[in-house]
Design a protein around this ligand. Structure first.
Ligand SMILES: [Cu+2]
Length: 330
């Protein structure tokens, strides 16, 4: 390694550290944790000091709207060793990165493996185009034998903010490549491409914090129920739940609703290739039917009252359907 590369790395490290500092400074983190932990993971930590450490380095140091950014997650075991071999595959990937812009028009769900970036020395890298200036939430999810772990960061992108618009329900449909690879951002800006799909949400009208809230969705295309939805990254439904000030984030998963008739009975065949973590049974649904629909369901416990936005991701053939919808929680 040349000296030049080394000093570049040192610079990146400094950028990473100062970024973590700014994540700590978020006043909305009422938990007092170093980052904005998601609730479920706190429960999984088996006592003091056993949780992996996730840091984030960003290049360029000052992110500019419209420029490609490189986000490198630094994954370490509490003993300081890089996590590489101790990372388990969960939901078909080793590291899941979810990015949500505070204007709620841009999300990302990307994975280092989809950029053909090997995870070496505990460094896992994704690239992302931030289309507008403003604050973005960046969440990384990993799994070790001790269970799931996630960290959430808030980053600032320089550049013009998008004009404020109400967060109305909106569907965005994108094409995914073989092996569920998708590396771009997903936009909910005005002229969305829906390819004839429609997803209606049946939510609980009276949504309260701290109690399980059941949601279900029905997927149609050109007015007809879609009965051959398929798993996306080993799950029938991926759900990103974010509070509108970015202070709370949950990454949940839903399931296919039970078919009412016997015509497409639930298969016991898991769709993945040995990708489930040993303790997956602790999280419930560890088998996903190969084909299902049109109904999907999920249960969410909102940590506190406020306005939230949910992003629900499902797959049909080579399309990823992403539904954004707001939920007001009392
Ligand atoms: Cu993922």
């Amino acid at each position: 390694m040349t000296k030049q590369v080394l000093s570049a790395l040192a610079l990146m490290l400094v950028a990473g550290l100062s970024l973590r500092g700014s994540a700590q400074a978020q006043p909305s983190d009422s938990t007092g944790h170093q980052h904005l932990h998601r609730h479920a993971d706190v429960a999984h930590m088996s006592g003091g000091g056993s949780a992996p450490d996730i840091g984030l380095m960003i290049r360029p140091e000052t992110l500019q709207a419209g420029e490609r950014a490189t986000l490198t997650f630094l994954l370490r075991h509490p003993d300081g060793e890089p996590l590489d071999s101790r990372l388990l595959t969960h939901h078909a990937r080793k590291v899941h990165v979810v990015i949500v812009g505070e204007d709620m028009t841009t999300i990302g769900h990307v994975h280092p493996q989809d950029f053909d970036e090997p995870i070496v020395e505990g460094r896992a890298t994704v690239r992302f185009d931030f289309p507008h200036g403003g604050r973005y939430l960046v969440a990384a999810d990993i799994m070790t034998k001790d269970g799931p772990h996630s960290e959430t960061f808030i980053i600032e992108v320089a550049g013009a903010h998008r004009p404020e618009k109400p967060t109305t329900p909106r569907l965005s449909v994108v094409e995914i490549r073989e092996g569920d690879r998708y590396t771009a951002s997903i936009s909910f800006d005005d002229a969305g491409f829906t390819d004839g799909y429609e997803i209606s949400t049946l939510g609980n009208a009276n949504v309260r914090a701290g109690v399980p809230v059941h949601f279900s969705w029905a997927v149609e295309r050109e007015g007809r129920p879609v009965i051959d939805l398929r798993p996306f990254l080993d799950s029938a439904l991926h759900l990103a739940v974010v509070k509108d000030d970015l202070s709370r984030f949950l990454h949940e998963h839903g399931e296919a609703a039970e078919p009412s008739a016997g015509s497409h009975a639930t298969s016991n065949q898991a769709s993945g290739v040995g990708s489930h973590a040993p303790d997956d049974h602790a999280h419930g649904h560890d088998t996903v039917p190969r084909s299902f629909g049109p109904d999907l369901q999920a249960t969410v416990i909102f940590p506190e009252p406020g306005r939230y936005v949910l992003f629900a991701q499902a797959a049909h053939k080579d399309k990823m359907l992403v539904l954004r919808f707001p939920v007001s929680v009392e």
